[in-house]
Design a protein around this ligand. Structure first.
Ligand SMILES: [Zn+2]
Length: 230
C-alpha cells in the first residue's frame, strides 16, 4: 500500500535517477571541460565578465589559445604603465690629447772629430762625434741634450689633463644635479602609479598573469579530456 507521501518520494527518486543518468551520459571530455571552466573562473576571481566570456568561447573552440590571446591583449594594455625615469649615468671627460711622446733627449751631431778635429761628413761618424779612424782607437763619444720638443709636449699634456679635470668636475656637478632631479622624477612617477587608472592597469597585469595560468589549465584539461575520450 502506497501513501501519497510514498508516491511523492518515489517520483523524486525517479527524478534523481533520471538526472544521474543525464550526468552519466556526458562524456569524460565534457566533464573535464566543465571542471576546467570552473577552474578558469575561480582563477580569474570576480573582476572580469569579459574574461569569463572569452574563456567560455575558448572552451567551445576546444582550445586555450584564445585565453592566451586575451591575456596578451590585456597585458599589452597593462604594460602601458608609465616607465620608471632612467637613472642618469655619470659621464667621463675624455683627455683631448693624442700627440705621441717625443724622445726625451736628442743627439748632438759633430761637424769635426772631437779627437783630431778633422771635418766629418759620414752621418755615423757625426753621431759618434769621432772620425772613422779615431773611433777604432778611442771609441765613439756621443753627446745628447734634452729635447726641447719633449718639454713642450709635457707642458701641452699637462694643460690637456687640467682641461679634462675641469671638464670632469663640471660633468660631475651636472651629474649630481641630474641625480637630484631623478630622485624628484622617481617620486612623481611613484605617485603617478597611485592614480585609480594606474592601479586598475596594475590589477589588469596581475589578472593577465592569472588568466595565463587559467589558459594553461584549460589547455591541459582539454588535452587530458581528449586522451580520456580517445
Ligand atoms: Zn779624428
Amino acid at each position: 500500500m502506497t501513501t501519497p507521501e510514498g508516491v511523492t518520494q518515489s517520483k523524486s527518486m525517479m527524478e534523481v535517477s533520471h538526472r544521474l543518468s543525464w550526468v552519466a551520459r556526458r562524456s569524460p571530455g565534457t566533464w573535464a571541460a566543465v571542471v576546467t571552466v570552473v577552474a578558469v573562473l575561480l582563477a580569474m576571481g570576480q573582476r572580469l565578465v569579459s574574461g569569463w566570456a572569452v574563456s567560455i568561447v575558448a572552451m567551445l573552440f576546444g582550445t586555450g589559445a584564445l585565453v592566451l590571446i586575451w591575456h596578451g591583449l590585456r597585458v599589452r594594455q597593462a604594460n602601458q604603465l608609465p616607465a620608471r625615469p632612467p637613472t642618469p649615468s655619470r659621464r667621463v671627460a675624455e683627455l683631448d690629447f693624442s700627440v705621441p711622446e717625443p724622445a726625451r733627449r736628442v743627439p748632438v751631431l759633430a761637424d769635426f772629430c772631437t779627437i783630431c778635429g778633422r771635418a766629418l761628413s759620414n752621418p755615423a761618424s757625426r753621431l759618434a762625434r769621432v772620425g772613422s779612424e779615431c773611433v777604432k782607437v778611442h771609441g765613439p763619444r756621443p753627446l745628447s741634450v734634452l729635447n726641447p720638443a719633449y718639454g713642450e709636449w709635457v707642458v701641452s699634456k699637462r694643460v690637456a689633463e687640467a682641461e679634462a679635470a675641469a671638464k670632469q668636475r663640471s660633468l660631475d656637478r651636472q651629474h649630481d644635479q641630474a641625480l637630484l632631479l631623478h630622485t624628484r622624477d622617481v617620486r612623481r612617477w611613484e605617485l603617478s602609479l597611485e592614480t585609480p587608472e594606474m592601479v586598475r592597469r596594475r590589477l589588469v597585469r596581475i589578472e593577465g598573469q592569472r588568466l595565463a595560468g587559467a589558459g594553461l589549465t584549460l589547455t591541459a584539461g582539454i588535452a587530458a579530456a581528449q586522451l580520456l575520450g580517445s
